[in-house]
Design a protein around this ligand. Sequence first.
Ligand code: GLN
Length: 279
Amino acid sequence: MPSIDAALKAATIQLQAHSDSPKLDAEVLLLHVLDKPRSYLFAWGDTPLSDEHHHQFQQLIAQRLQGHPVAHLTGIREFWSLPLFVNNSTLIPRPDTETLVEQALALPLPDNARVLDLGTGTGAIALALASEHPQWCVHAIDASADAVELARKNQQNLALSNVEIIQSDWFNALNDVKYELIVSNPPYIDEHDPHLQQGDVRFEPLSALVAGDNGLADIEHIICNAKAYLVEGGVLMFEHGFEQGEAVRNLFTKHGYKNPRTERDLGQNDRITLAELAS
Ligand code: GLN
């Protein structure tokens, strides 16, 4: 059997035409098979793989060659330094969405703020915020029963007791509570966007990706309906597409919110827009 180093090298070459990060993909998949931390690769590169591990690794590489996301193959993705279970019922958490968490944490909110995450998926945003502020009361909704199950599993695994995960089609199942902050990474991609045919999104649910009206339909629905669920001066914050900043600011203004502003992600693209409910 090949050594760890040789197996990684061969897999990296195989993945080159199929992934933007072939070496990293190979390493993450091999560590998953070996059930070892990253440091193992550097210390034990000359060690031959067992038959079984080599076989399992090759199977994962074959699936990756077909386009399956690495996170689906390992079943786990880190977000905000929290390990989250993932599956094909939700979006895979993305680094861009950590910008939303940063912006939310930078707001001047009360110590016991009530926060709502709409379309929580894996629970990534809600769990990240709850982990930073144990005194906050965080509600997270998703319309999909499978997503709710996954988010609850993540919540239990992280033992974050200040989060409640609720199955709801946007605001439909919510009680008469008002929040200081509402956040959402809703579907915002236009159905004709060619990116939907490329990379990981091909394996993610369309219901979490695509929205009508050039991708803005769900954002407008939320802007319109969130007013009844925000305290005076409460903040509504979205992740959106890199070309949607101006449109989202205009929707906020159209619906009577004040101080809309857009922030950029790590790639310097417009990604987050927020505004306050006028008092
Ligand atoms: N940012 C994701 C992508 O472009 C889409 C996320 C979303 O629609 N909410 O792949």
